[in-house]
Design a protein around this ligand. Structure first.
Ligand code: NAD
Length: 360
């Protein structure tokens, strides 16, 4: 099969890690007889440098005409990069929010899986880890506080800032459906996280999620308050399968879940719309502190490419093969600096990509 993939290398370590993911995808094509044609798209700082804006209409059009988008990461060092002297709407991160909105990517999927080989990197005690954990956070991505109306005003000489948290029932229903569908392919459990004891938007969230649950009698639904969820993630992460939540809670909880796996360099993510189309990227940022030094861990991006094969291109066996290749290389003891431990073999970004492609 021939597919069109938009590649967004981005900033910092982005170009290095995307290059390794493409190497692995090339191997998938060779092995399984597919062909992918790539179009490179500028986003974030790389786009500001060329076009003066973090995202152009042309970039959106290229992404829209593709079957899927694979991205590295965007942004620079806020203290030193000239991009952060621009007004907020022209900075790299504004490009990311804008492309998510333009592509209607309302569902963000972030798996948090602990590889047995990386147990030592997990900050939790051994008895809490047990046989390991494997969860996925399904976060609503285009609504809530980050997209609500906001303003800063002055009342009687006192400055006041207002952000608005709003959700309508359609926005809640479509993300809930995604979470239940994903649960069906996993262990059939959804934990819906809200703050229904305080927020009206959460009370509506709970009501709509319960309505959706009626269509999935094979999936167990539980509700959890966000503060409790933050505790449970470090007290007993094994209890979770699919965590469904709104935008800001998901932003915070998915970072917490990623930390309990021990390394941000291992964590993939997908952002989907109502069709099969999606944007796939690692959960980490552009790591300007190690950019261009062959130190970045490319595994999160390679696993994001595996998610792309699974969710957008219906290539389950190819995705399984990429995940198995990552597992094999870890079992053989190869590590980038961020996941290095005693007795293992230290490799750089490029060698890690070569090893995974070879393991395929
Ligand atoms: P970061 O994730 O880039 O880095 C945090 C720490 O983790 C750093 O020490 C970095 O070296 C390390 N790290 C991250 N990815 C790694 C990898 N693959 N291999 C090895 N080590 C890795 O977060 P930050 O420093 O807060 O942000 C840097 C820039 O990235 C900022 O401009 C921020 O806005 C941007 N950012 C972009 C995205 C995105 O593109 N989706 C997400 C988060 C942050």
């Amino acid at each position: 099969m021939d597919y069109k993939i938009a590649l967004i290398p981005g900033d910092g370590i982005g170009p290095e890690i995307v290059r390794e993911a493409k190497k692995v995808l090339d191997k998938v094509c060779e092995k399984y007889g597919h062909s992918f044609s790539y179009s490179e798209v500028l986003l974030g700082g790389a786009s500001i440098d060329v076009h003066g804006v973090p995202l152009t209409d042309e970039a959106i059009a290229t992404a829209k005409s593709s079957d899927a988008v694979l991205m590295g990461s965007i942004g620079g060092d806020a203290k030193t990069s000239p991009w952060y002297k621009l007004e907020p709407s022209k900075r790299p991160e504004a490009g990311l929010l804008a492309i998510r909105k333009a592509l209607n990517l309302f569902a963000n999927l972030r798996p948090a899986y602990l590889y047995n080989e990386l147990r030592k990197a997990c900050p939790l005690r051994d008895e809490i880890i047990g046989d390991g954990f494997d969860m996925i956070i399904v976060r609503e991505l285009t609504g809530g506080l980050y997209f609500g109306e906001r303003q800063t005003i002055e009342e009687n000489g006192v400055k006041k800032a207002i952000d608005t948290l709003s959700y309508n029932e359609n926005e809640i229903r479509r993300i809930a459906i995604k979470a239940f569908e994903i649960a069906r392919k996993r262990r059939n459990k959804v934990t819906s996280v809200d703050k229904a004891n305080v927020l009206d938007s959460s009370r509506l969230w709970r009501k709509v999620v319960e309505e959706v649950a009626k269509d999935y009698p094979d999936v167990t639904l539980e509700h959890m308050l966000v503060d409790n969820c933050a505790m449970q993630l470090v007290r007993d992460p094994k209890q979770f399968d699919v965590i469904l939540t709104e935008n800001m809670f998901g932003d915070i909880l998915s970072d917490e879940a990623s930390m309990v796996t021990g390394s941000i360099g291992m964590l993939s993510s997908a952002s989907l719309n109502e069709t099969k189309f999606g944007l796939y990227e690692p959960s980490h940022g552009s790591a300007p502190d190690i950019a261009g030094q062959d130190k970045a861990n490319p595994i999160a991006t390679i696993l994001s490419a595996a998610m792309m094969l699974r969710f957008s291109l219906d290539m389950d066996k190819e995705a399984d093969a990429v995940e198995a290749a990552v597992q094999k290389v870890l079992t053989e003891g190869y590590r980038t600096g961020d996941i290095m431990s005693e007795g293992c073999k230290l490799v750089g970004t490029k060698e890690m990509g070569d090893l995974i492609a070879a393991a395929l």
